[in-house]
Design a binder for this molecule. Structure first.
Ligand code: ADP
Length: 163
């Protein structure tokens, strides 16, 4: 059975992340999403909130067979614990590749049996980042074209009265 892990910060999850999971489900028997606990020092959403948002986004998309975990340790360690042999990551622009390549090489040194697989972003998600979504929502902009509806709602709630 092929098990893949999709690790990331997901602060917040976007349609780009959801699309990677949807496409990954066609390639692997099982996908686990892993929300990094320490990946940003002061995230907009706590790790628990990001897990809840990803779960709600999957449910809204009719997906019930993807587990979402919060994890503060090494990605390869939770991969081993879950029996995953693939780390699934996305590539948008060329800049992503350099960063992703460093992470992938380091992960291979740490765990030679675990491979990183990149999926190219869909065209419509090329410029889509969690950072931009946070910035736009923080200034009162409409992000409903970029994030699943539970995330758009959570951003409205978070920034209500603050924009
Ligand atoms: P990290 O901080 O670990 O990069 P992110 O939440 O920013 O976490 O991204 C997690 C993964 O999803 C990364 O592999 C990233 O390249 C990918 N990703 C993010 N946004 C998109 C997108 N719009 N299209 C495709 N992949 C994306």
């Amino acid at each position: 059975m092929s098990i893949a892990l999709h690790p990331g910060s997901f602060d917040p999850p976007t349609l780009g992340h959801l699309d990677l999971v949807l496409r990954g489900r066609k390639l692997f028997d099982r996908i686990h999403v892993v929300v990094g606990v320490n990946s940003r020092k002061s995230p907009l959403f706590s790790a628990e909130e990001r897990v809840e948002l990803f779960v709600a986004s999957l449910v809204a998309a009719g997906i019930h067979d993807v587990e979402v975990h919060a994890w503060g340790g090494l990605t390869v360690e939770i991969a081993r614990r879950l029996g995953a042999t693939v780390l699934l990551r996305g590539l948008r622009q060329a800049g992503d590749f350099e960063a992703e390549q460093s992470i992938a090489l380091m992960n291979r040194r740490l765990a030679p049996g675990i491979e990183t697989v990149y999926l190219p972003s869909r065209e419509e998600h090329l410029g889509l980042t969690s950072t931009l979504v946070r910035d736009i929502a923080g200034m009162g902009g409409d992000v409903s074209a970029f994030v699943p509806s539970p995330v758009a709602q959570a951003l409205r709630d978070r920034f209500q009265g603050k924009a």
